[in-house]
Design a protein around this ligand. Structure first.
Ligand SMILES: Nc1ncnc2c1ncn2[C@@H]1O[C@H](COP(=O)(O)OP(=O)(O)OP(=O)(O)O)[C@@H](O)[C@H]1O
Length: 352
């Protein structure tokens, strides 16, 4: 999909030109006021003054000669608050949502209800729902429209951490099961780490970078920091479960990454985030408690946050790891770009 927009709002100027993947989640990331919501509103056709180009799924919604009205754009919009009608049941809220939509159908609605796991809530009134349940209904309402794109504007921002954790699996499921693109606005690092396929970093109405999540995180010169941390994100399949020690094993380029088992089963596709400071380097395996030791190759060494530190980028097969070390440690081990090295990762430090 292609999004190119220019817009001035008072002292704020939006000026973006993006080509984004046609599937998966593209996260718009940046500080408050950088223009993330404004860009979503442009895609939905809600910014009258915006000029530019918008094409989604080979349909042109906006160009020099075209500007489709908002109701002509197949958009599912999920806001921070789901704003359900309090006097209607969940089912009636959903029915009302799809009534005026051209592309919506009973089949889509049933699918949306199943994907969000809200069958048991259909007869409830919104007041009886938890914040997380209400947001799942809001997402189902958007999905039921059979949209060409889903727009999420900080959908988890008003939920507490437990409710956020409750919704994340549903968002991952939507991503797995649907082949439509999703634009997802957030400034929450865990959502970027767990959901993003592509990340657009914005600053004062402009695009600072636009790349896949892994490429953004392992950008040697300017790695994307989540919560200020340099990290790597890896995706793999669970191949083994150690019931006795409550661990699960992820296959990473034919090597094993053991992590805390959070209700995982063999065959599950799992994404993990590993902070650069939670990995150590070694020339040979010693008698340490590390559960994970990977054979890797150093591909870059750059300055760290402090003159004493370096950031090492090392590859394990096609997977890239960022490692924060002291320069003295590196010198003592005699490590340089091109060297083979062992990466030692503590299982307890892995976030999934
Ligand atoms: N009607 C308006 N008139 C003037 N400026 C506006 C108007 N609406 C928004 N702005 C400005 O446009 C800028 C971008 O706002 P926008 O809501 O898109 O940012 P954002 O990145 O989504 O921020 P947040 O994360 O806080 O929601 C902000 O600086 C805001 O103050």
């Amino acid at each position: 999909m292609k999004l190119a927009y220019r817009l001035s709002k008072g002292r704020f100027n939006l000026n973006v030109d993006l080509k984004l993947p046609d599937t998966g989640i593209s996260v718009l990331y940046g500080h408050s006021g950088c223009g993330k919501t404004t860009l979503l509103r442009c895609v939905a056709g809600l910014e009258n003054e915006a000029t530019g180009h918008c094409s989604i799924a080979n349909e042109v919604w906006e160009s020099k000669s075209i500007k489709l009205k908002p109701h002509k754009r197949d958009v599912g919009y999920v806001f921070q608050e789901p704003s359900l009608f309090s006097h209607l049941s969940v089912k009636d809220n959903l029915d009302y949502g799809i009534k005026r939509a051209i592309e919506a159908s009973k089949k889509n609605l049933d699918e949306a209800i199943a994907v969000l796991g809200i069958e048991h809530l259909l007869e409830q009134k919104p007041a009886a729902l938890s914040g997380g349940e209400a947001q799942r209904v809001g997402i189902a309402r958007a999905l039921a429209l059979n949209p060409k794109i889903l727009l999420f504007d900080e959908p988890l921002a008003s939920l507490d951490d437990d409710r956020k954790r409750e919704i994340l699996p549903y968002l991952k499921r939507i991503k797995r099961q649907l082949s439509i693109p999703m634009l997802y606005v957030t400034h929450a690092a865990p959502e970027v780490a767990m959901l993003a396929d592509h990340v657009v970093v914005m600053h004062e109405g402009r695009v600072v970078s636009s790349d896949s999540l892994s490429a953004s995180l392992t950008n040697e010169k300017l790695p994307l920091r989540l919560n200020g941390e340099i990290s790597s994100v890896l995706t793999g399949k669970i191949i083994e479960i150690d019931k006795r020690w409550h661990l699960a094993c992820l296959s990473i380029s034919d090597q094993k990454l053991w992590l805390p088992n959070t209700k995982m089963s063999i065959g599950d596709e799992v994404r993990v985030q590993i902070l650069s400071k939670d990995i150590a380097l070694a020339n040979s395996a010693g008698d340490a408690s590390f559960q994970n030791v990977f054979k890797a190759k150093i591909v870059a060494i750059n300055e760290g946050d402090h003159p004493s530190q370096a950031i090492v980028k090392a590859n394990v097969g096609e997977h890239e790891f960022m490692v924060a070390v002291t320069k003295r440690g590196l010198a003592n081990l005699g490590l340089r770009v091109g060297n083979q090295v062992l990466l030692q990762v503590k299982s307890v430090a892995i976030h999934s």
